[in-house]
Ligand binder design. Structure first.
Ligand SMILES: Nc1ncnc2c1ncn2[C@@H]1O[C@H](COP(=O)(O)OP(=O)(O)OP(=O)(O)O)[C@@H](O)[C@H]1O
Ligand SMILES: [Mg+2]
Length: 393
């Protein structure tokens, strides 16, 4: 991958910025002994200049394949990639102004930290003086000052990962690509490194594409998240859009915890959906799905639980934008900052709820396991989503 003399800018990502990378109808078919496998099914995606974009999805959904196609290590079966408006189709990986950071670090074991970092610059025939200067700057940004003479084996996992990142950014790539770079680190270090990595990315303002199957990593780090499933994109959005406004059951379920409430459509008109739910009816904005594929989801934090002496006598209510139904508290799991509750409604539906605690409001204020309860759920918190796997053409 080549070295660009592009000045480093501290510009934060801005959604009105221009498109850096455009992925147009990219399909990838692998020919295997057991036949053809379509790893990517016509992907369209725009990556904005300076943004931190995360590709998130379960194992085998095609994340690495998409990243390798961006880097040029794989050729798409169909489709095209444009970088700043120019096609990358005939540009080999070593001529693409991109740098990749791997899970395995891939450091050269016989080279010192400084030599590892300088390697790409040496290949690009940069002068010795400039190599020294740029290596020193990056060592300092990565908090690696004083470690330049060590071999990779003399470093901790977190330090090795910072060297791998230093080696990628020192060439001032137009786009940084990451493939699960933190998954070899223990949980605490991973949390520390993810904020570190985000800080460095912001400081450099470099367009970044980050692959992970860890949803909390994606939520914490990204400007936008691309949720993938089985070779296609399910949804693209900011972390809060993906969490608050999932468009499918797959996304709602993959990001955080979701209660799924079976419903039937009573009517669908003028952008409003009337649903039969828990012996009553609610109205939601119509996401434009066909009635056979609609279900509703509700986050556990939107389920409020209080005691009720005789749930069997309670009549489901939908008043002032709150749906109220009765049930029994079946599970109580105290986790310190919160308690997770499981409620069985009178019709047998199981609901998950979460109660946050403070010094003034603790688990002692909650109903005990087995108690009769009434749950109140704001209608505005319900989302109508697609319950079906998308039909793929
Ligand atoms: N070179 C290859 N030949 C044949 N099939 C491949 C090849 N590379 C990937 N695949 C298949 O393509 C699909 C997508 O693989 P990919 O590595 O992109 O998944 P991933 O989303 O990165 O998964 P993980 O989270 O496990 O890394 C998988 O079913 C995989 O087995
Ligand atoms: Mg992968």
């Amino acid at each position: 991958m080549t070295v660009l003399n592009r000045p480093m800018s501290g510009k934060p990502a801005d959604p009105t910025d221009t498109v850096a990378v455009r992925v147009v109808g990219v399909q990838k078919i692998f020919d295997t002994k057991r036949g053809r496998h379509e790893a990517l099914k016509s992907i369209d995606l725009e990556i904005t200049d300076g943004e931190f974009l995360t590709i998130l999805g379960p194992s085998g959904c095609g994340k690495t394949t998409l990243l390798r196609i961006l880097a040029g290590f794989e050729t798409p079966t169909k489709g095209d990639l444009l970088l700043d408006g120019k096609s990358l189709t005939n540009v080999p990986p070593n001529k693409r102004p991109m740098a990749m950071v791997f899970q395995s670090y891939a450091l050269f074991p016989h080279m010192t930290v400084a030599e590892n970092i300088a390697y790409g610059l040496k290949i690009a025939k940069i002068s010795k003086a400039e190599i020294k200067e740029r290596t020193d700057v990056v060592l300092s940004i990565m908090d690696l000052v004083g470690l330049g003479d060590r071999l990779p084996t003399q470093l901790s996992g977190g330090q090795q990962q910072r060297v791998a990142l230093a080696r990628a950014v020192v060439v001032r790539p137009r786009v940084l690509l990451f493939d699960e770079p933190l998954s070899n680190l223990d949980a605490r270090l991973r949390d520390q490194m993810r904020s570190e990595l985000r800080r460095i990315q912001r400081q450099l303002g470099v367009t970044s594409v980050y692959v992970t199957h860890d949803q909390s990593e994606a939520m914490a780090m990204s400007d936008r998240i691309v949720v993938m499933s089985e070779g296609h994109i399910e949804q693209v959005g900011t972390p809060s859009e993906i969490y608050r406004q999932p468009t499918s059951l797959f996304v709602a379920d993959f990001i955080g915890k979701a209660n799924v409430l079976t419903t039937s459509v009573a009517s669908q008109s003028n952008g409003t959906l009337t649903l039969n739910i828990l012996d009553t009816q609610i109205q939601l904005p119509d996401p434009g799905l066909s009635s056979s594929e609609i279900t509703t989801v509700l986050r556990p934090e939107d389920v409020n639980v209080s005691r009720h002496p005789s749930p069997n006598d309670h009549v489901p209510r939908n008043e002032s934008g709150i749906l109220e139904v009765a049930g029994w508290l079946r599970g109580v799991e105290y986790l310190g900052s919160s308690t997770h509750l499981t409620i069985e409604l009178l019709d047998g539906t199981l609901l998950a709820a979460v109660e946050q605690h403070t010094a003034l409001r603790g688990p002692q204020d909650l109903p005990e396991e087995g108690a009769g309860v009434v749950v109140s759920m704001p209608i505005a918190a319900f989302r109508a989503v697609s319950a079906e796997e998308r039909l793929l053409v």
